[in-house]
Write a protein that binds this ligand. Sequence first.
Ligand code: G
Ligand code: G
Ligand code: NA
Ligand code: MN
Length: 251
Amino acid sequence: RQLEVSLRHALERNEFLLNFQPVVDARSEQLVSFEALLRWHSEEHGLVSPAKFVPIAEDTRLIVPIGQWVLQQACMQAAQWPSHVRMAVNVSPEQLLEPDFSASVVRALSTSGLAPQRLEIEVTESIFLRDASVARNALEQVMALGCSVALDDFGTGYSSLGYLRKLQFSTIKVDRSFVQGAAQDSAESLAIIRAVVAMADSLGMTTTAEGVETADEVSLVRELGCTKIQGYYFGRPMSAEDACRVVGRSQ
Ligand code: G
Ligand code: G
Ligand code: NA
Ligand code: MN
């Protein structure tokens, strides 16, 4: 495909950049971290959504070098911020299952000077579909470095809860479909968020409500006991410059 050809040259042409979306503490509404979100400005195709190009990058394994670039850039950015602000980076299964994944994390941390405790790796349940023991091993290695691991889009994949027994995720991210559902009075969505929060609490994990767009949704997920909130209400994915301004206000 056309897109794939362009994607092969995107890194060397410097066509990627990162946006950053704030995550706040549900009680204090203080900034706690940013999630790095990849953007591609293709010379041939204009701005391409990650929903479109990330799957192609995964199929072609281009996500491995691209993902390394993301890690590197995100760590360098976070190293510019005060130490109470953490950085979350999305990692695809193809990238995590590479034998040198944890080495690439070490590299990003050491070249940026970022403390490992300030880096959170976000993975989805899909990492357990292919080679669960390799995935678990890779995550244990980055946890041993001092990084934390969040489980993203929780509840939308093919979940087996078994791996929650084996891996100490720091955070479970409640997918925005449940937040939106609960806001529209879906009894099922409400029940699911309650159950996820209760389970996370008893496992010593925190919860982040994703896709929170309105003040009513803020109140709702706070009452449901979510620990952290992410969504357009507190900030859209933004440029590094804008993120620095938000960080400046957070002190
Ligand atoms: O803003 P949003 O359109 O950014 O992101 C769409 C999807 O792309 C999400 O599922 C998100 O997890 C994924 N995504 C965004 N940035 C990255 C990245 O750096 N690496 C990977 N693997 N996925 C990403
Ligand atoms: O899969 P992941 O959770 O990493 O994807 C994050 C995606 O969700 C990004 O595309 C981001 O732009 C989008 N997003 C973040 N906050 C909101 C929100 O409040 N509402 C909606 N509709 N999308 C959001
Ligand atoms: Na994510
Ligand atoms: Mn997410």
